[in-house]
Design a protein around this ligand. Structure first.
Ligand SMILES: Nc1nc2c(ncn2[C@@H]2O[C@H](COP(=O)(O)OP(=O)(O)OP(=O)(O)O)[C@@H](O)[C@H]2O)c(=O)[nH]1
Length: 427
């Protein structure tokens, strides 16, 4: 029995870790999988649907650009601008046979610049679309378009030379027969492969939703160009990229409103929202770090922030159906739906114990990492070991009590826990 429970617990932990690790990838993976799955179906679309699909990327991209500007998510908006420009070029200038020198030169340069611009946007800091950075990106894209036009039309033999120079195609494709499986020249394929590997490595380390989606958008653009002869591929993939950007924008905006920036836990607004929907049977736990003012005064505010992150990370591991929120300052809340206080207490006791046993090792100020989110605790380069404890107050919802009343009772219980000497639970 013990072995089974331990196995289930390990299985749960593994599943939980996998889910947390893969969450930022969810939209990106959905984009690529849906695109590949839907591609064969586009050939069977009726004419009216094909027309609708052709105009969809324009509408969706414009929505993303407007919302991205409004919600200060410049990178997503810039990605939508890049998508819109690339897609417009395909629709307006690349509907001719690609075995003509000029058209093929246009196509080859688009297939290089389009994904490359996603790569550039990936590394930009988050700013508004209409900002010096946005203008710089607009200048880069304009320069790409203008130079392509001038070189192709005004430099004698440019298109021919470019096509000859890049005439080597991977997978043994004959460049004269443009209708094959992979239309990107070897040089572009290798360059995009290298930058894809760079982005893949970075997204695996960074695990951030926007970065993952920008990476997936770059891959999707590359696939559009690589399989250019597939029916409606540019309309379908561009629509899906725009959808992925839109969903990312909405998720990011939700996180901005509901997640606490320092700890990553849901914040007070999320708690209040949750309390409206959690029925009549629940208990609330208020948790407060003990002597935190003294800790801040002794070790500095930055180390205090690190402690808040560690405590949040431990509280988030609460079992028994509890959810952790950062209530504000050094106060946290645990919400147990459909649980009595007595049922929740053993889970809180475990968390209390885990936090008290956590070996916090404090670096001196010079040794602190320069990267803000990097853990500075529990590291070999650190110097002093300290202990942080948390006091808890539990309140069970009584008949006719409003959520604010239950919170107040939990606060009173927390006060009692402080009076009883801290690092304990009071009901
Ligand atoms: N580093 C850091 N400190 C914070 C943050 N929010 C609140 N604090 C500090 O948390 C401390 C809370 O102190 P008090 O409310 O006096 O309580 P305490 O020192 O923890 O004492 P007891 O709760 O009675 O054990 C204050 O010094 C605040 O400045 C934050 O986001 N970061």
């Amino acid at each position: 029995m013990q072995a089974t429970l331990s196995f289930l617990s390990t299985f749960y932990q593994l599943g939980h870790s996998f889910w947390s690790a893969s969450r930022p990838w969810l939209i990106a993976v959905c984009l690529l999988v849906t695109a590949v799955l839907l591609l064969p179906a586009t050939g069977q679309l009726e004419n009216s649907h094909q027309v609708l699909l052709k105009y969809l990327p324009y509408g969706l991209s414009i929505i993303v650009i407007l919302l991205g500007q409004q919600f200060v998510q410049g990178r997503i908006a810039m990605a939508a601008v890049n998508l819109l420009i690339g897609y417009s070029i395909i629709q307006l200038h690349l509907q001719a046979p690609l075995n003509q020198d000029n058209t093929r030169a246009y196509f080859t340069l688009l297939s290089f610049y389009w994904p490359l611009n996603f790569f550039i946007i990936y590394w930009l800091p988050e700013r508004k679309l209409i900002s010096p950075l946005g203008c710089l990106l607009a200048a880069v894209i304009s320069l790409q378009i203008a130079s392509t036009y001038i070189f192709v039309h005004y430099v004698p033999d440019y298109a021919q030379t470019l096509n000859q120079y890049l005439a080597l195609y991977p997978f043994g494709q004959d460049p004269e027969d443009f209708m094959g499986n992979w239309h990107l020249p070897l040089a572009s394929t290798l360059t995009l492969l290298i930058i894809s590997l760079v982005l893949l490595t970075h997204t695996l380390i960074k695990r951030d939703r926007s970065h993952c989606v920008l990476f997936a958008s770059m891959i999707a653009c590359t696939l559009i160009c690589a399989s250019f002869d597939s029916n409606s591929i540019s309309s379908l993939f561009s629509s899906l990229i725009a959808c992925a950007l839109l969903v990312t924008l909405l998720f990011n905006s939700h996180d901005l409103a509901f997640l606490d920036e320092l700890t990553g836990l849901p914040g007070r607004r999320a708690l209040m929202n949750e309390l409206k929907h959690c029925g009549k049977h629940y208990c609330i736990v208020m948790a407060d770090i003990d002597f935190f003012k003294k800790f801040n005064d002794t070790h500095g505010h930055d180390t205090g922030d690190d402690v808040l992150r560690v405590v949040a990370q431990e509280l988030a591991k609460v079992r028994g159906g509890g959810t952790a929120f950062r209530y504000g300052g050094e106060e946290f809340t645990l919400l147990f739906k459909r649980k009595h206080a007595e049922e929740a207490e053993p889970f809180i006791e475990r968390i209390r114990q885990d936090i008290a046993d956590y070996p916090l090792i404090i670096r001196d100020q010079e040794n602190r990492p320069k990267i803000k989110n990097k853990r500075s605790l529990k590291s070999k380069a650190s110097t002093t070991q300290v202990q942080v404890t948390v006091s808890f107050g539990i309140a069970q919802r009584q008949a006719e009590q409003r959520p604010e009343d239950v919170m107040k009772s939990a606060d009173q219980a927390l006060y009692r826990a402080k009076e009883q000497g801290r690092n304990c639970i009071a009901v």
